[in-house]
Design a protein around this ligand. Structure first.
Ligand SMILES: Nc1ncnc2c1ncn2[C@@H]1O[C@H](COP(=O)(O)OP(=O)(O)OP(=O)(O)O)[C@@H](O)[C@H]1O
Ligand SMILES: [Mg+2]
Length: 349
């Protein structure tokens, strides 16, 4: 944080924090209302979104985002900006993301203890999408897959709107663990080996490439073939992508992601990731690096920074609207944050 303050030349008081984890659930909902004066006004838009979010949510879950997809007026669908249009019946389709209250509270608590206020909590793949996806891709249809350490986050965009979100509890940490067990080496060494020599497609590795692997319990280091390392990584990465593919098929948007798949997150630095992903998804795949960020390009030019850069982009679009002082109890801050999240859609118009 000190480094960031130095580089940006300002004091950091509040942050946009990402949220992910197996507890995140995304689903689509819709609401219908009668248009009061035969012409859609801001009040109608607010009412129809209220109608769309009127669903039962368990006590231990909170709404994190309500993301409008499209509006339908009478029989005309695909409307993005309904204000001022004439009709009698207004329908809204939205994507709602919910998460465990406790998990959001822990994020806020951690930030507060580090002396920071939380300006907003943002779904991580939504943040990443701000940094790595182009408007054209979102329009044509794209699946964003953010393979991090503990989780793999999925977001599907079609017609410029988010249609599906989900989170798998699998990621790069599992790869490190597989290497530690498979090569009988300490976790810290396994992590180093993964980052330095890792490749998840055995066919890309030369037969005579070797790596030095430290042993546990004071035994001597061994020289092993790099092929062996790739053979450990390949099935696990394939498993992750296969589970992601299952999610995409389950979402029903499989045939609509015409521009293909964008993979991002620290684990996609691994050699062979796009190639293996193309085999599993049978779609064009590219690595997503943060874009459109001017002077910072050199510093953050890696898929590992997609979420971080995305949070900054998200924050810059929503800046100044909401700040939450840490003097209050964490509970009430969370209420406020989630209250603001619920409000967010109205600022959207
Ligand atoms: N050069 C590299 N090669 C392979 N894996 C790497 C490399 N650099 C980082 N990783 C892996 O990337 C993962 C971290 O990625 P990232 O920073 O995107 O995760 P995160 O966003 O912090 O975690 P999560 O998304 O699960 O909350 C770690 O598992 C790390 O081992
Ligand atoms: Mg991440």
């Amino acid at each position: 944080m000190e480094e960031a303050e130095l580089m940006a030349g300002c004091e950091i008081k509040s942050v946009y924090a990402g949220i992910a984890g197996g507890h995140i659930k995304g689903f689509n909902s819709q609401g219908v209302i009668a248009i009061k004066n035969r012409e859609v006004c801001a009040e109608d838009v607010k009412r129809v979104i209220d109608a769309a979010k009127a669903i039962a949510i368990p006590m231990d879950r909170e709404v994190i985002h309500i993301l409008p997809q499209e509006f339908i007026i009478d029989d005309q669908d695909g409307i993005r900006e309904p204000l001022g249009m004439s009709g009698v019946r207004l329908e809204a389709k939205v994507h709602i993301v919910t998460g465990a209250v406790a998990s959001a509270q822990n994020i806020i608590k951690s930030c507060n203890r580090a002396g920071l206020d939380v300006a907003d909590i943002v779904l991580e793949q939504l943040a990443s999408s701000e940094a790595v996806l182009s408007a054209d891709e979102k329009e044509l249809g794209v699946a964003l897959i953010d393979v991090g350490g503990g989780t793999t986050d999925i977001a599907i965009f079609v017609d410029g709107a988010i249609k599906h979100t989900s989170v798998l509890s699998l990621g790069g940490n599992h790869l490190t663990n597989d290497i530690a067990v498979g090569l009988r080496t300490p976790m810290a060494e396994a992590e180093k080996i993964k980052q330095k020599y890792g490749c998840c497609l055995a066919s890309l590795v030369g037969k005579d490439e070797t790596i030095e692997v430290p042993s546990v319990g004071g035994r001597k280091p061994r020289v092993l073939s790099r092929q062996l390392l790739a053979e450990i990584l390949e099935p696990r990465v394939e498993e992750i992508f296969t589970l992601v593919n299952r999610e995409i098929v389950k979402s029903g948007y499989e045939d609509m992601i015409a521009s293909g798949v964008v993979i991002t997150g620290g684990s996609t630095i691994l050699e062979g990731m796009p190639e293996l992903a193309e085999q599993v998804f049978n779609l064009p795949v590219r690595r997503g690096l943060p874009q459109r960020i001017g002077g910072l390009v050199d510093v953050v030019n890696s898929p590992a920074y997609a979420t971080g850069v995305g949070l900054v982009v998200y924050g810059s679009k929503n800046v100044g609207v909401h700040e939450f002082p840490s003097a209050q109890s964490e509970e009430s801050i969370f209420r406020k944050v989630s209250g603001r999240m619920k409000e967010w859609f109205s600022e959207f118009f």
